[in-house]
Structures are given as structure tokens and as C-alpha cells.
Design a protein around this ligand. Structure first.
Ligand code: NDP
Length: 385
């Protein structure tokens, strides 16, 4: 349940996984919250109905950490179901997930046999949880097989690949959505609504970041598989959130990269990056990301009359934000339980497939991020494409 415990002068709320709290959401700063944001934030995913339609059925491609989460999220959904698996390890991982989710042995594919999925009528769509460099190839192959595509971020390794993916899905008349899970998190929906409804005045600037450690030898530190460094993997979160909130495309960039760790871990890419972006309206943003430092996932939004600080901003759960709205201090947190973001995401995609709607985060959204990423690397003097 959403709870409000006024804590003068700070108002404290919890959002995320509960029954209808609208009676208690009478703070004037939330008066403009849209019906859709409330609907999403008030309903547990498993309570949402899907009419009489059958769930949209997925083949999970690449059975690593994110596909594991996605499959768990589908198990909580009435709209999305995993009915096939694609893996380089059919006898181990394939067998394990087949047993967990009731996937028939005949619906376990390898990368070599994947194209046979064309004939599998129990698969509507694919979920691509592969290393970045494989997103384009598997989107093209899935589109050729007539399957809808939910592809993880970053969409691909270059803008040119993104264009190919958009064209292939359009020609095959299948949906293409990029897995920007944050777009489907009720807390973020509310934050975006709050800002867009003018409650902090005209936006002036953003400060964002996402930092973490990657151990030596992982595919993320391999240029060919990862495509780029931390920017394509985690820096993309503040980048996408800022573009999403402003509705503008950044046009001027500065960037610096640096590698202090000389162990060889960062032989193929930078350890850390800081960059700035200026938008056509004059909004400025300053962000950082790293594969080799501890730090928060964070986004601050400064407006003319108020501000919001979201931290952690991009985690799977436990998001918190505080700030000043209408001259009052506010503080709020999400109580949604992981993997709820992925269930909302899968449900949204399923709705788009069943009702022929354009996804909230279509291929074009992934392309715009990729074009900004290319421009940022260019500004850093280290072009990636
Ligand atoms: P993992 O390394 O955990 O899983 C990737 C899987 O891809 C592997 O388990 C493997 O599955 C398959 N694979 C096929 N070829 C290769 C290869 N050459 N090297 C490594 N793996 C290979 O990665 P993640 O799940 O963390 O990331 C996958 C994608 O998901 C990335 O694009 C990443 O950016 C995105 N992601 C998104 C997140 C989000 O919050 N939206 C969070 C984390 C990741 P198998 O053994 O079955 O063949």
C-alpha cells in the first residue's frame, strides 16, 4: 500500500506495488498525476487483466542474468509467457529453464538452429538478452521468422545497426521494443509526470550518473562484444532518462574519458567517462559513468522553482527521490519488489502486440540513444563507430 507519513516539513510516501492509495494521495504537488500513472502505480502486475486474450509467448535468447530476470518476470505476468529457449548450452541451461517454466524440449534452440523458430507457432516474440554486438543479428533473424522483438538495451553497437533493425521489423510487420525497464516503473512514471506538469518549473539542468565495477575478462570489457564502454551499458540510463524527460535531442557535447587502472582490465575500452550535453531549449546536462568505480545510480533535475534528486535512480527496486516542490520538501520511495519493472515492461510489450500499438520505447528510442552515444564518444576523441 502507498503510505504517507507526513514528517513535517518533509512528506514521505511509498509507491510501487500496492492497492489503491488515491484517497491518501491528496498532496497538492501530486494533483496533476495522470490517470495512467496512477493506474500503473496502484495495480500489482499480477492483478492486471488481459481480457480474454492469450498471453504473448516469448523465446528467451541467451540464458544469462537478464534473461533469468525476464523469465521470472513473465512467471508473474498474465500477459507474457516464455515458451521457447535459445542457448549455447541446451543440455544444461536449456534443460534447467525448460524444467522451471514448462518449456517443451522441442522448443529449445541453439544459435545454429534458431531460424527453425519460424515454424514454431507457440512463439509470438523473442526477448534478446545477448551481448550487445549480437542484438542486431538476432533482431534481423527474428524479424525474418515473423517474430516480434523485445531487445535489451543498448539496442546495438551503432546507429547504422539500429536503422537495420528498425527497417527489418517494419518490413516484417513485427513490433520492435527496446528494454528500457525504467520507462515502465511506476515511480519513474510519476517523476516524469511531476516534472512535465511543471511542478519544479522550467527545467534548467540535470546531473546524472551510473557507476560500478566490471571484473577482468567479461564480455562487457571486450570491444567487439560490448561495442563501447560503460556509457553503452550504464551511462545510457541517465542519457535515456534525460532525453525522455525533456523530449528533446541533445545537440552539443563535451566528453572526457580516463583509465587509471593499468592492470590490463581496460585494454579495450576506457574505465570512466564524464560528459555534458546541451539541448536545443538551453537545458544542460552533466553526467558520468564507469566500469571501474563505486558510485550511485543517480539523477538530479533542477527546475526554476524546485528540484528533484532520484537516488538510487536506476536500480531494480528501492528507488527513492526527494526534493522541493511548490516550496515544500518532499521525500518518496518505491516499495515495488524486483522483478516488477520487468513484469510491467513485458506486459506493455504484450499489450502492444495484442492490440497493435506502438511501444512506449520503440526501436527509434534505442536509435536516438545510440546516435547520442556516438556523438559523446566522438566528443571524447574516441569514436566507436
Ligand atoms: P550475461 O553475460 O549474463 O548473459 C548473456 C548470455 O548471452 C550468456 O549467458 C549466453 O547465454 C549468451 N551468449 C551468447 N554468446 C555469448 C558470448 N560470445 N559471450 C557471452 N555470452 C554469450 O549478460 P547480461 O544478461 O547481463 O546482459 C545481456 C544483455 O542485457 C546486454 O545487452 C545488457 O546490456 C542487457 N542488460 C540489461 C539490463 C537491464 O536492466 N535492462 C541489466 C543487465 C543487462 P547462453 O549460455 O544461454 O548461450
Amino acid at each position: 500500500m502507498h503510505t504517507i507519513t507526513p514528517k513535517n516539513p518533509i512528506q514521505r510516501l511509498e509507491i510501487g506495488s500496492a492497492s489503491n492509495p488515491t484517497g491518501s494521495m491528496n498532496r497538492r504537488q501530486f494533483a496533476g498525476l495522470s490517470a495512467s500513472a496512477l493506474a500503473w502505480s496502484c495495480l500489482p502486475a499480477c492483478a492486471q487483466t488481459f481480457g480474454s486474450a492469450q498471453p504473448v509467448t516469448f523465446a528467451a535468447i541467451g540464458l544469462g542474468s537478464i534473461s533469468d530476470i525476464f523469465m521470472r518476470a513473465c512467471a508473474n505476468s498474465q500477459k507474457a509467457k516464455v515458451t521457447a529457449l535459445v542457448t549455447g548450452h541446451p543440455d544444461t541451461k536449456g534443460a534447467k529453464y525448460s524444467a522451471m517454466y514448462g518449456v517443451p524440449k522441442t522448443s529449445i534452440y541453439t544459435y545454429e538452429t534458431f531460424d527453425r523458430i519460424l515454424d514454431n507457432k507457440s512463439v509470438d516474440a523473442v526477448y534478446i538478452g545477448l551481448p550487445n554486438s549480437m542484438h542486431c543479428e538476432y533482431t534481423l533473424r527474428a524479424a525474418k521468422a515473423g517474430k516480434h522483438v523485445l531487445c535489451e538495451k543498448p539496442m546495438a553497437n551503432s546507429g547504422a545497426e539500429c536503422h537495420q533493425m528498425i527497417d527489418a521489423c517494419s518490413q516484417a510487420n513485427v513490433k520492435l521494443m527496446i528494454g528500457y525497464r525504467v520507462h515502465y516503473d511506476p515511480t519513474w512514471i510519476q517523476i516524469v509526470e511531476t516534472i512535465r506538469s511543471g511542478k519544479i518549473g522550467q527545467i534548467q539542468s540535470f546531473h546524472g550518473g551510473y557507476f560500478g565495477q566490471q571484473p577482468a575478462g567479461v564480455w562487457r570489457l571486450n570491444k567487439k562484444l560490448g561495442g563501447g564502454g560503460a556509457l553503452v551499458d550504464v551511462g545510457i540510463y541517465p542519457l535515456n532518462a534525460i532525453r525522455h524527460i525533456t523530449g528533446e535531442e541533445p545537440q552539443d557535447f563535451t566528453a572526457v574519458i580516463s583509465t587509471r587502472d593499468r592492470s590490463g582490465r581496460f585494454a579495450e575500452m576506457e574505465q570512466s567517462m564524464e560528459w555534458t550535453m546541451k539541448f536545443p531549449s538551453g537545458i544542460i546536462a552533466s553526467c558520468g559513468c564507469s566500469y571501474g568505480q563505486r558510485g550511485p545510480s543517480t539523477l538530479s533535475i533542477n527546475g526554476e522553482t524546485g528540484y528533484l534528486v532520484v537516488e538510487p535512480a536506476f536500480n531494480y527496486e528501492g528507488l527513492r527521490w526527494h526534493g522541493e516542490i511548490d516550496g515544500q520538501q518532499v521525500e518518496q520511495s518505491s516499495s515495488g519488489k524486483h522483478p516488477f519493472q520487468f513484469t510491467f515492461e513485458a506486459d506493455h510489450f504484450a499489450d502492444c502486440v495484442r492490440n497493435n500499438k506502438e511501444p512506449e520505447s520503440p526501436g527509434e528510442e534505442g536509435l536516438k540513444d545510440m546516435l547520442a552515444i556516438e556523438a559523446i564518444y566522438e566528443a571524447a576523441g574516441a569514436p566507436i563507430a
